[in-house]
Design a protein around this ligand. Sequence first.
Ligand code: ADP
Ligand code: MG
Length: 235
Amino acid sequence: MATETSRYSIETRDVWRVYKLSGQQEVAALRGVNIQIETGRFVLLKGRSGSGKTTLLNCLGGLDSPTSGEIEIFGHDLLTMTDQQLTKWRREEVGFIFQSFGLLPTLSAYENVELVLRLAGVSGRERHDRALYCLNLVGLGKWADHRPYELSGGQQQRVAIARSVANHPKLILADEPTGELDSVTAGDILSLFRTIVQQENVTLLMTSHDALVEEYADYVVRLQDGQVIDPTAVL
Ligand code: ADP
Ligand code: MG
């Protein structure tokens, strides 16, 4: 697996995730996934519905545990970490973006972003400056005081992106982030991802089944029935 000198920030080895259903039934959502991803890349995980994209993303983000295999991310061996260690790691090093935005409806755009910094123990002044910086980064500086219901879908996803980068994560995981957006808005969000990967030096993994996304990503990893099918996509 990765060592201090590895050029890869994410490495998985033979990752399986088998869901036990009732009785003797099982579903193998991931069947021996091997991927290697360099730091500072924008990677698309592509595959049909049910191919295992969400399961893989959740395993990479420590939200789910593989049944077997190894996952090493920025020097952390995920399968040996306790829940407490995983929670701390997620808070400090990972940003999440979801299809349905996941903003807190009673908080303004600014407050949604500021909250993650508060949870991370960032001091008042720095919290304020960073939250505003991130809202400006996504082009929403003027919308800081608006609540989610006053914003369009694309704008809400921008707030979610600002929130995901606020705490200087090394890794951002985005599950179908353009799934609820029209194609023009989706294109804007994908351009923004490119900017963020460059400016914030973050590694970004997103899932999608949309062909449009391939134009923006550095690499495409194709999943089919829980396996990586395109060997050239093993980075
Ligand atoms: P995708 O995100 O590519 O649509 P998923 O990772 O959600 O795929 O699902 C992969 C496979 O695992 C599917 O067959 C799905 O039905 C199954 N699956 C996902 N989550 C669960 C679960 N919690 N329990 C049982 N089966 C699941
Ligand atoms: Mg999914």
